[in-house]
Design a protein around this ligand. Structure first.
Ligand code: 13P
Length: 244
């Protein structure tokens, strides 16, 4: 099974998200070996999930870790589950680096997603500075330790996305061979904490021109696409080339 996920971030408003979902569903993509999912704005989650039912799964870009109560401004994992979500990102680099989410916050989210029945997609990745200082493996191993140590989960419940911070939205994608090298390392680190094998996706400046150079490699279990998944012609072409 390969995974092809589109993170729409805050690029599309409610109306645009619904329009894109309506256009995507008309394409009738079908392939039982590829799991398709999109991560729309929370505002459009219910409508997009309803429109895409049977064609794409949906996921939340984030969720608060308390499940209910006096938490102004938050939406819980349980609430996303209620409207039909399957996945939720935990610790996307924009959450970590713009909004200051720590490994501890990310761990709390992972646990709350699992409790709610959502599948966490745990995002990890080194910064440019880490890379330049030869600290990429250190950063990844720490993020993995804090996410997985003592975590109780079952087969098929968790995915990881390797998204080097320096490759996100820059046009400077990680070379496929380097992504494989990192993902082999990530899988070996996860194996220190769990016997369950966890699919690892690559994300960062993936587009129609380079998507197959990752997805045809056995070690890379899928792709998490950002901006290219928000434009109908490009996302459609990517999906078509992957499903071929
Ligand atoms: P881009 O594909 O826009 O680089 O974003 C990647 C990403 O952050 C997906 O979560």
């Amino acid at each position: 099974m390969k995974y092809l996920f589109g993170n729409w971030k805050m690029y599309l408003d409610y109306k645009q998200s619904v329009e894109l979902a309506n256009s995507l569903v008309q394409e009738n993509f079908e392939n039982e070996n590829v799991e398709l999912a999109v991560f729309p704005t929370a505002l459009a989650m219910k409508d997009v999930t309803d429109i895409l039912q049977g064609h794409f799964q949906t996921g939340s870009q984030d969720a608060g870790h308390p499940s209910k109560g006096a938490y102004t401004g938050m939406i819980s994992a349980e609430m996303f589950k209620e409207v039909g979500c399957t996945y939720a990102l935990a610790g996307h680099s924009e959450r970590r680096h713009i909004f200051g989410e720590t490994n501890k916050d990310v761990r709390a989210k992972i646990e709350s997603y699992l409790d709610a029945g959502l599948k966490p997609v745990i995002c990890i990745g080194e910064t440019e500075q880490d890379k330049d200082n030869d600290k990429a493996r250190y950063r990844l191993s720490k993020q993995i330790l804090r996410a997985f140590e003592g975590l109780d989960f079952e087969d098929g419940q968790i995915l990881v996305a390797y998204e080097p911070v320096w490759a996100i939205g820059t046009g400077n994608a990680c070379l496929p061979a380097d992504a494989v090298d990192r993902i082999v390392f990530i899988k070996s680190e996860i194996a220190k904490y769990s016997k369950i094998s966890v699919p690892v996706l690559y994300g960062g400046s993936v587009n129609n021109d380079n998507v197959l150079s990752y997805l045809t490699l056995e070690t890379i279990d899928g792709i998490l696409i950002g901006s290219a998944s928000t434009k109908l012609p490009e996302f459609t072409n990517i999906i078509k080339s992957v499903l071929k």
